[in-house]
Design a protein around this ligand. Structure first.
Ligand code: SF4
Ligand code: SF4
Length: 441
């Protein structure tokens, strides 16, 4: 009997906090329990409790890793949902200073009927090979609002296919919404698009210099009007703000505005220099000032702590997962306007990342590829929070040299926050959060 490789220990005064990333269990070791943990003996009552909670185990490190890998592989091979990310055009009507995809504008064009038919044929074959019960489509780009007729044509085919085979169909769109008027919203509803994902980078005067419409129109107002129309038609709207040290100050104001005016929650992600051109053109100080990954992780934690939290919220952050992203599933395909198929939406448009073309007959290894198996990566497989992370976004890690999951920098802070949700514990072992199964994403 020995300590699990997935334990994290944090000193907290005279007690020690203990968390296991493979099962999400969290507890407190009093002085007596610290001794029992350091030298476990099978007949000892505390050691038995620690074993039941997964903090002590009879499994070797390799066997523990094998369990995590097995759950990951089962999840990767699950074909019950066909997940598609479709870019019906690479064209975009915005010229955002930080956009790393501007080069794709030159590809242009909209998805033609031949590609639409080939996508449909591909889906029929996937269904014959492994019948799925759900289909999810994410409309992506460029900006898909510039190719709405292709969106409608392909949607109609997919919806009819799903209806005929009793498959649950759902779709969402990522768009700058500059062209989304009442007419377009009707089309979105016909296409069963139930969610629109927009980017709001600050109040109007800040947003409009970061999210720049090529035609000089007021991108903030146009987007807000589109969001209102979507909401009125029952399309849920999610908003995200690309945050740096400059627009950070506006977050509370714009988040409150969106919540109060439109009932839209504003999430944040760190603004990154994916294209490696920060400091040139308009993407430079003083209009932009980027966080490092470590700074941003601490900023996120501090904002979380300041807003107030519950033990339940923290237990969700610390719940193990079976994978990080959809790219770690066989049944996830990113398809562009030309019919090129990728495994990861981050790499869309990069010719050396194309797995096959939709007009080709792909081999099994292309069909079943995944972005990254962290359980077989030298660094990740040895990591104590592998079951919580699964390698994070491998595209982002490679593009920005982001070393790790944000919790690598902040896990001790969050575990102390979690502890603060409970009262005093005694000398022995107190289990504050029981083991759970890894969450499906
Ligand atoms: S690796 Fe990152 S960009 Fe690629 S599919 Fe996964 S989350 Fe998306
Ligand atoms: S990316 Fe970092 S935190 Fe995530 S599993 Fe790999 S080593 Fe661990």
């Amino acid at each position: 009997m020995h300590a699990s490789r997935y334990n994290t220990l944090v000193e907290n005064g005279i007690e020690t906090l203990i968390y296991n990333s493979a099962n999400g269990a969290f507890g407190v070791l009093g002085l007596q329990a610290q001794k029992a943990y350091a030298k476990p003996m099978s007949q000892d009552g505390i050691a038995v409790q620690l074993t039941e909670a997964g903090f002590l185990t009879e499994l070797t490190d390799e066997e523990e890793l094998a369990k995590v890998r097995s759950a990951f592989e089962e999840e990767a091979a699950d074909t019950s949902t066909l997940d598609l990310c479709i870019a019906p055009t690479y064209a975009c009507n915005y010229r955002c200073p930080y956009c790393y995809e501007q080069g794709h504008n030159a590809i242009g064009g909209v998805m033609g009927d031949d590609v639409i038919d080939a996508i449909y044929g591909f889906i029929e074959k996937r269904y014959i090979a492994s019948p799925f019960v759900q289909m999810f489509v994410q409309w992506y780009g460029g900006d898909p609002s510039l190719a709405l007729s292709s969106v409608e044509k392909l949607s109609q085919k997919l919806i009819a296919f799903c209806d005929n085979h009793e498959i649950l169909y759902s779709a969402m769109m990522l768009s700058n919404c500059n062209l989304i008027d009442a007419f377009a919203v009707e089309l979105l509803v016909r296409c069963h698009i139930t969610e629109m994902f927009i980017t709001v980078d600050g109040p109007e005067e800040v947003h409009n210099v970061r999210r720049v419409a090529a035609d000089g129109s007021n991108s903030f107002q146009k987007q807000l009007e589109a969001a209102r129309l979507c909401r009125q038609s029952g399309i849920n709207v999610r908003a995200n703000m690309n945050l740096d040290k400059v627009n950070l100050q506006y977050y509370p104001e714009i988040a409150a505005f969106l919540e109060n005016e439109l009932g839209i929650e504003l999430t944040t992600t760190m603004l990154c220099d994916y294209g490696h051109f920060f400091g040139t053109r308009e993407f430079k100080k003083p209009d932009f000032d980027l966080f490092t990954h470590e700074e941003y992780a601490h900023f996120n934690h501090d904002a979380f702590a300041k807003a107030g939290f519950t033990a339940r919220q923290i237990s969700e952050i610390f719940r193990p997962v079976r994978r990080f992203c959809r790219g770690q599933r066989h049944a996830y395909y990113v398809i562009d306007v030309r019919g090129d198929v990728y495994k990861c939406d981050g790499y869309i448009g990069e010719q050396d990342r194309v797995m096959f073309n939709i007009f080709d007959e792909p081999d099994e290894s292309s069909l079943h590829a995944i972005t990254f198996d962290a359980t077989r990566d030298e660094k990740c497989s040895a990591c104590s929070i592998l079951p919580l992370c699964h390698g994070n976004c491998i595209w982002e890690r490679r593009k920005t040299e982001m070393p790790c999951h944000p919790l690598k920098y902040t896990i001790e802070d969050y575990l102390r926050d979690w502890r603060s949700c409970y009262g005093a514990c005694d000398d022995a072992f107190t289990l504050l959060a029981a083991p759970v199964k890894p969450a499906r994403r």
